[in-house]
Design a protein around this ligand. Structure first.
Ligand SMILES: Cc1ncc(C[n+]2csc(CCOP(=O)(O)OP(=O)(O)O)c2C)c(N)n1
Ligand SMILES: [Mg+2]
Length: 345
């Protein structure tokens, strides 16, 4: 059931029409990646200035995130881990609301997950996978023509939650896309320390297709997810997609990647920068020129500035919110803790 790598032809001889992605979408993918790059860098800077508690950069993974999120319908569900700023931007979430989690002013982010069909930030590794499979199972039971895409990393495939989610998805032919961003590292653990087999091949054991795609090729990712979503909506079940990419930054602002990986490895991947690559491709195919890139750069700089101002203006939420929304009738222990924290008024 393993499918061949869905790479697109070499930029020099690729026929844009044959890829089945229109020119407007090709340009939109670039714009989303450029906005993501600017906001990701802006968020890392905000953390260094003490405005965010922590931030996990997605630098280098823009194609994997933007290509996948853009290939979905607006009514499809997205279940992120903690590194999915790019997907949130594609889905139209206000980056200030997204970054509230990292400013530690709100658990999970300020946006409405139901309205955006974008679940809260999830840090316990792989725990979002069974949630996503359940969400997709709900779509199936409702006979809704929607699917659900869940993001997770290479390291998450070592967790039981990944295997339980895959098993359930395969048995019940759930409309879910299991989207692994194999960025080669789980903090300081390289991917060969996580798995003895290529990640996409694990799907075979669960009875559904597994695809490996060049995760630094935004069009290849877009096409792979579009196909998987069509399969899911047609009732043909799950797909595991392994997007091979690279985390150019540290694991997070709390990590020093120089302690466990070489500069030469990073430089090798930097040469495969997905943003520069798609830009070159657009130019070579005369789908965009300097005026578009200039306009996008200006938009990205303005957006990053607006987000910066918005994040800095965000104040802590009322303390009693820590105790709300879990229980209709909170247990006495929680009521006591709440009263100790904020008084019983
Ligand atoms: C259950 C659990 N164990 C450990 C951690 C600490 N932790 C946070 S991220 C991470 C690595 C995850 O790597 P991967 O799944 O490859 O995702 P990436 O960070 O590379 O995007 C670990 C071990 C955690 N958050 N949750
Ligand atoms: Mg990883």
């Amino acid at each position: 059931m393993t499918h061949a790598q869905a790479a697109r032809p070499d930029p020099a001889d690729a026929d844009a029409d044959a890829l089945g992605v229109d020119a407007e979408t090709m340009r939109a993918l670039y714009r989303f990646m450029a906005l993501t790059r600017a906001l990701d860098e802006g968020a890392a800077a905000l953390q260094r200035q003490g405005e965010l508690a922590v931030y996990p950069q997605l630098l280098g993974q823009e194609a994997a995130q933007v290509g996948s999120a853009a290939a979905l319908a607006r009514s499809d569900w997205i279940v992120p881990s903690y590194r999915e700023l790019g997907a949130a931007i594609v889905r139209g979430i206000d980056p200030v609301e997204y970054l509230a989690f990292y400013r530690a002013t709100w658990n999970g982010g300020m946006w409405d997950p139901l309205a955006h069909r974008f679940a809260p930030v999830c840090v316990p590794v792989a725990s979002q996978i069974p949630h996503a499979v359940g969400l997709a199972m709900g779509c199936k039971l409702d006979e809704a023509a929607d699917c659900c895409l869940v993001y997770f990393g290479d390291g998450a495939t070592s967790q039981g939650d990944f295997h339980e989610g895959c098993n359930w998805a395969g048995v019940f032919q759930v409309p879910v896309i299991l989207f692994c961003q194999n960025n080669q590292w789980a903090i300081s653990m390289p991917v060969h320390g996580q798995t003895g087999a290529p990640i996409h091949r694990k799907a075979e054991a669960y009875g559904f297709p597994g695809i490996q795609v060049d995760g630094n090729d935004v069009v290849a990712v877009y096409r792979a997810v579009r196909d998987a979503a069509e399969r899911a909506r047609a009732g043909r079940g799950p797909t595991l997609i392994e997007a091979v990419t690279y985390r150019l930054g540290a694991h997070s602002t709390a990590d020093d990647a120089g302690r466990y990986r070489s500069d030469s490895e990073v430089e090798r991947w930097r040469a495969l920068d997905p943003l520069a690559r798609h830009r070159r491709w657009l130019v070579e195919h005369r789908l965009a020129a300097d005026d578009l890139f200039r306009a996008v750069d200006e938009e990205a700089a303005e957006l990053a500035q607006r987000v910066r101002t918005g994040v800095i203006a965000t104040t802590p939420r009322p303390a009693d919110e820590l105790f709300r929304w879990v229980y209709e009738d909170p247990p006495a222990t929680l009521v006591r803790q709440r009263n100790e924290t904020i008084g019983d008024g």
